[in-house]
Each structure stands twice: as C-alpha cells, then as structure tokens.
Design a protein around this ligand. Structure first.
Ligand code: TGC
Ligand code: FAD
Length: 395
C-alpha cells in the first residue's frame, strides 16, 4: 500500500512559529551565521571529526572577521549584540558541529568574558580587541584531574613571591589549550581562588593535547601543566575573588549551550525528516509509519519546547533578570533533550545512522561531551534541587 502526501511538510521550528519571536536583526544574524557555516565550515566538519584535527586558529580568524567572538560583550572591538542573537549564533554553529560552538563559547564567554568582567583596563586593552578579531585565541583552565564538578577543591596554587606570582599545578580537558595565546588559569592563593592570565610561551607553562577522544573530535582539548610559572602582579585578574569568579563566566557559556545544543538536535531532525521521506521499507516511505511519526512528533515537541525556553531565558538575560538556577534549568533540559533527539534520529537512519556520511552520530557523540562539560546534568539537577528545597546536596 502507498500513501500520498496530504500537505507540504512543515519545518519543526515553524510548528511553534519560532521566527515570530525574533527581531529582524536577530533573524539576519542567524541567517549570516548559517551562510558562513554552510559555505565554509559544514563541508569540512566530518573530515575534521574523522581526522581528529581542526584548523582552530584559521576558524577563529574567520569567525572573528564575522564579529562572532565575544559578540555579546560591549566595547573593546566586541559587537555588543543581545543575548538571543548570541544564542542564535551558537545554535547555527552547533548545527554544524559542537566543536565550532565550543570554540566560540570558550573564546567569547569564558576567556574574553573573564577578562571583560574581572580584568584591569590594561588587560582588557591588551587582549580583548585581538581576541574579538580572532587573532589571539584564549582558553579557560578551571578543571583539574581530580576536581571537575567540584572546582572548589582545586590544587593549582599561586604563591606570591615579592611582586610576582608563581603558579604550579595541572589543568585538564581544556578546550583550545594548545592553540591558545593566553590561558585564563584559576588557582588557589592564601587569599582564596584568583584568576591569572598566562601568555603561551611563559617558561614553565606547557599545553599537550588529549588524544583518543570519540567526541568533540573537531575540537582541540588539552592538558595544561604549570611548573613554577612566574608571572608579574599585573597578570592577576583584579576583579575576581573566590569561586564566584570562574562560576560567573560559566553562566555565560552555559547560556550559549542552552541554544547551541538545539542546533545539533535541529540538524539531526532535519536530516532525519529528509531521510524518512526518501527511505522505503516494506514498500512504503519510512515517514508513513505510525511508529516513525510518533518519534518525529515527540522530537519536534521537545525541540519546540527547548526553543521556547531558550528564547525566554534569552529575554530574561537581556532584561538583566536571568539567575544561575534558570541557566541550569535550560542547560539541563536542552542538552538532555538534544541528546535524546540525536539518539532517536540515529535509530530512524538505521545502519546509515552510524556513519559520518550523515551528521547524526557525530552530533550524538558530541552531545555526550556537552552533557558533561559546563556542569554535568547531575550538577545542574542539584543546583535546581537546591533552589527548590533550600538544601544543598553536593557535599
Ligand atoms: P557554592 O558554595 O555554591 O558557591 C561558591 C561561590 O560561588 C557563587 N556561585 C556563583 N556565582 C556566579 N554564578 C554561579 N552560577 C554561581 N554558583 C555559585 C556563590 O554565591 C558563592 O559565592 P561567595 O561570594 O559566597 O563565595 O559552591 P560549591 O563549591 O558548593 O559548588 C557549587 C557547584 C557544584 C554548582 C559548582 O562548583 C559548579 O558549578 N560545578 C561545576 C563545574 C563546571 O561547570 N565546570 C566547567 C568548567 S569549564 C568547561 O567545562 C568548558 S567546556 C567548553 C565549552 O563550553 O564549550
Ligand atoms: P566528575 O566531577 O568526576 O563527575 C563524574 C560523575 O560524578 C558525573 O556523572 C557527575 O555528575 C557525578 N557527580 C559529581 N559530583 C556529584 C555529586 N555531588 N552528586 C552526584 N553526582 C555527582 N573544563 C575547563 O575548565 N575548561 C574547558 O575548556 C573544558 N573543556 C572541556 C571539553 C571537553 C570536550 C570535555 C569533555 C570537558 C571539558 N572541560 C573543561 C571539563 C568539564 O568541565 C568537566 O569534565 C566537568 O565539569 C565534569 O568533571 P569531571 O569530568 O571531572 O567529572
């Protein structure tokens, strides 16, 4: 038996009239980022993923030219866009590959934001314009081999020695570590946790790439070793005191992921919708089976809910009213649902779902990292649990 299409297919985001929630400027920024991805990045991502190597510095310069690095920051050569526009850029980049969105998150929301929010005027002038152009790359070293979810336990130490600081310790899983010109390194001092700017090439500082990854392969992930790294007093970020320093930066990057993860999910769903219309099983289009349509409907529903949540959180951020707990809510929901969508799409592609000929397994593997970094799903559940009950259950 065959079926005839009753009506033209509706795009998943059109089901919730998503574009109507955006300004013309936001739609234009989204289209621009998509054009760059389609023309210059998407054609190469599967190969970068397969080789486990990505031209991160060249990509930084291109994205800097397009004004996407630190785009939501004001001044110092940054574009100063709204939060939703930044989120949409993350969505389109992650629709190409999570590694590309990671590069932009770490540059703009972690390294640049740390300097922008906590740095001295001199530090801002030295680094932010070059980082906005993508000529200088930054990384953000918080995680250590024994302290990921619990950065308060960090062992990296900054000892004051006359007018200098001397840093020793190891940071791991650091995105862009080996390609960075400057590392924002968080370390314990006698006065609590502080942030430091460590230029690449400083004696005692080394970055080594972490190999054998099966996720985020189109991205650079490194270990940073600091062995008696001597820095002048001016290397310290004067505005950061205590763990709230690095955590304030995480809020920014986590917000980008709220949108970004949905880009990966959307790319999976678009690919799958095309596939099920073409693929015939038992003499009918795969799209015409009820079990297929149940999966598609559930995925469109979760994607739509995620997009609505993302825009709502973006508008709260633009109004200066977004709380860290709300960011946790968005990151937990949207990454968890994006991963579920990628896995379900994988089932609909059958065996074709496991090859790099289609983007689905690449997105699914990437989203495993996204579920873990920037606070694991368990950490975000506990942040929400603490907000709901007033009881902390971390320790
Ligand atoms: P806690 O006692 O709750 O707080 C310590 C101080 O920090 C303040 N604070 C925050 N400030 C700003 N934003 C937030 N989200 C904040 N959360 C807490 C808090 O008010 C307090 O301030 P003060 O002045 O009283 O000292 O801290 P805790 O030790 O109990 O830990 C809480 C917990 C577990 C939520 C936190 O440690 C955490 O978020 N852990 C997860 C670590 C994490 O996400 N690491 C990410 C590393 S970077 C990365 O993964 C990059 S991936 C690449 C990419 O983005 O693409
Ligand atoms: P752990 O903290 O050891 O957690 C292991 C498991 O225990 C998780 O399931 C966790 O949820 C659970 N768990 C932990 N505590 C609790 C608790 N209290 N209650 C219940 N369960 C708990 N870090 C940076 O600083 N900079 C970067 O640029 C960066 N980039 C990254 C890039 C990639 C590709 C990856 C994979 C990671 C990156 N990270 C980076 C590190 C990332 O932030 C950490 O991996 C993450 O915070 C989790 O830490 P962990 O891996 O040590 O896991």
């Amino acid at each position: 038996m065959t079926t005839t299409a009753q009506q033209p297919p509706v795009h998943p985001s059109a089901l919730i009239a998503f574009d109507g929630l955006l300004t013309e400027e936001e739609r234009e920024i989204r289209r621009t980022v998509r054009r760059i991805c389609d023309a210059e990045l998407r054609p190469h991502v599967a190969e970068w993923f397969e080789r486990g190597a990505v031209p991160a510095r060249e990509i930084s310069r291109r994205l800097g030219d397009a004004g996407l690095l630190g785009m939501h920051l004001d001044g110092y050569g940054c574009a100063g866009t709204g939060a939703v526009a930044y989120g949409l850029a993350c969505l389109e980049l992650e629709a190409a590959d999570s590694g590309l969105r990671s590069l932009v998150s770490v540059q703009g929301s972690l390294a640049m934001f740390a300097i922008w929010k906590h740095g001295s005027e001199e530090q801002k002038r030295e680094w932010l314009p070059a980082m906005a152009r993508g000529e200088a790359v930054g990384c953000f070293g918080l995680t250590e081999p024994d302290f990921g979810s619990d950065p308060a336990g960090m062992r990296t130490r900054a000892r004051s020695d006359g007018a200098d600081w001397v840093l020793s310790g190891t940071k791991t899983w650091i995105t862009n570590g080996s390609v960075a010109d400057v590392a924002v390194v968080w370390a314990r001092t006698d006065g609590g946790i502080r942030g430091f700017l460590v230029p690449a090439g400083t004696p005692g500082f080394q970055a080594r790439d972490i190999g054998r990854k099966l996720s985020l392969r189109a991205g650079v992930t490194s270990e940073l070793v600091l062995d008696g790294v001597r820095l002048p007093a001016t290397a310290e970020l004067p505005g950061a005191r205590g763990l709230s320093g690095p955590l304030s930066c995480l809020n920014e990057a986590r917000f980008g992921i709220v949108f970004g993860a949905l880009g990966a999910a959307l790319d999976c769903l678009e690919t799958t919708l095309d596939y099920v219309r073409e693929r015939r099983v038992f003499d009918r289009p795969l799209a015409s089976f009820q079990l297929t349509q149940q999966k598609l409907a559930d995925m469109a529903l979760e994607l739509g809910k995620g997009l609505l949540l993302a825009v709502h959180l973006g508008r709260l951020k633009e109004a200066g009213a977004l709380t860290p707990e709300q960011v946790s809510l968005g990151k937990l929901n949207n990454v968890r649902e994006a991963l579920a969508i990628a896995r379900t799409c994988r089932t609909l592609l059958g065996a074709n779902g496991i090859t790099l000929e289609y983007p689905v397994i690449r997105h699914a593997n990437n989203l495993e990292s996204v579920l873990t970094y920037e606070g694991t799903s368990e950490v975000h559940a506990l942040v929400i649990g603490r907000a709901l009950t007033g009881e902390q259950a971390f320790h």
